[in-house]
Design a protein around this ligand. Structure first.
Ligand SMILES: *[C@@H]1O[C@H](CO)[C@@H](O)[C@H](O)[C@H]1NC(C)=O
Length: 401
């Protein structure tokens, strides 16, 4: 009897807590249909991760005095984007004394600075436009070692420009898909018009959500007339599109958001339609490749992902790569057929992962899969330095001489 009662009340408690969990989950989903809350969940822009450090003092993030210049870039719709220009180390060393003598902190006229002149006046200078992921600021987490990896191959020539999208950090406004694309466009305009760097000396780097922004702005520029195509694009941990991402995304690699609903297709598709910002990277990358093939523009694209990425599973890269390759062939190629081609052409690097390179007369599309590197630690890895150097060299062989 007693045992029966204990088991009975155990099930009673268990069903209450399951009901509570389902109720909580349903409430969470309902809250996510509210526009502002959804944008907070997607962009995580309220999470700064650098609360106790002032971004206007980049020295607090491990940089040398005035190696980084904080300044702002205006967007056509009136927002002000907070940006950092980062001098590569060898160039800094050559100009150390004069850089140290300049005032520190936020600069309202960046063009008056030595760092700006070193960028604008050197015909050999290269510029990487950096599009960071969701959450945080230019100074957060693994972004700082990422900047070092980007310029490590030519530390006398490769400058990095990184910025916070609208609504992030010290930038004004609030984030949205159209807004972030406008932001990236404004940064490209700044690089080409104010700093005077031609697209052949610019490379686009994006990680996580930044890959969606990179792809969107690259597509837009490649499809305009005349087209603008950069020396290369390096993407780390991209995703197919938002709907596919939420169906696989787990917060901190553990808590699923929508995947429990995947077994209820009607409800799942209904919720998918409520996603405001779709970020259709697979379609945009296909249009980007197709228009470059039609226009005969040279393009270079590297898609890099670690197999132990728990935030965005690396399968996303396989799908994005397939869409890009498919768009480079007039008759297309099925996913399965491409997998068969990989069996022949993929380079196996053992513990370092594998590389699949796809070449056409106009372009190169590389898929680089690492065994380890998580979602963001990978940004500081030498594979990033290599990807940058490979593309700058391909765009201009004299670069590495
Ligand atoms: C692959 O490319 C072909 C030819 O351009 C196109 O018809 C097809 O829709 C593409 N497949 C996907 C999944 O985008």
């Amino acid at each position: 009897m007693a045992v029966g009662r204990i088991i009975g009340s155990f099930f009673q408690y268990a069903s209450i807590s399951i009901a509570a969990a389902i109720g909580l989950y349903a409430t969470l989903l309902a809250l996510l249909t509210i526009s502002t809350l959804q944008s907070h969940a997607v962009y995580l822009h309220a999470i700064q991760m650098t609360w106790f450090k002032d971004l206007d003092v980049p020295e607090n993030f491990g940089f040398l005095k005035n190696q980084v210049t904080p300044f702002s870039i205006k967007t056509p719709d009136g927002e002000r984007l907070y940006a950092w220009h980062i001098l590569p180390i060898e160039l800094y060393r050559k100009h150390e004394q004069s850089l140290i003598a300049e005032p520190v902190g936020f600069v309202s006229d960046f063009t008056s600075r030595i760092a700006f002149q070193l960028l604008r006046d050197d015909p050999d200078a290269r510029l990487i436009l950096h599009m960071h992921g969701a959450g945080g600021t230019v100074g957060s987490g693994y972004r700082v070692p990422n900047y070092r990896a980007l310029s490590a191959g030519q530390p006398g020539k490769i400058h990095v420009l990184t910025f916070d999208y609208r609504g992030f950090g010290k930038s004004t406004g609030s984030p949205s898909e159209d807004g972030l694309i406008l932001d990236a466009h404004a940064v490209v305009d700044w690089a080409m018009k104010i700093a005077g760097i031609p697209p052949s000396r610019i490379l686009i780097f994006g990680q996580s959500m930044g890959t969606a922004v990179s792809i969107a702005v690259s597509e837009k520029l490649a499809m305009q007339s005349p087209p603008v195509v950069f020396a290369g694009t390096v993407l780390i941990a991209p995703f197919v599109d938002c709907a596919t991402l939420v169906s696989t995304y787990r917060v901190a690699g553990v808590i699923p958001i929508l995947s429990p609903l995947a077994s209820f297709p009607l409800l799942f598709n209904y919720l998918r339609r409520l996603i405001q910002d779709q970020w259709p990277s697979k379609d945009r990358i296909a249009r980007y490749i197709r228009s470059n093939e039609v226009n005969g523009e040279k393009y270079r694209l590297a898609i890099i992902h670690a197999q132990d990425d728990y935030d965005i599973p690396w399968h996303h890269t396989e799908v994005v790569f397939w869409h890009a390759v498919n768009a480079s062939i007039p008759t297309g190629i099925s996913y399965e057929e491409l997998e068969v081609r990989k069996l022949d052409s993929q380079v196996d690097l053992g513990a370092a992962g594998s590389i699949m390179e796809w070449r056409t007369d106009n372009g190169v599309i590389r898929e680089e899969v690492l065994k380890t590197g998580l979602h963001d630690v990978i940004m500081g890895y030498p594979i990033v330095t290599m990807a940058v150097m490979r593309f700058f060299e391909a765009a201009d062989p004299s670069f590495t001489c």
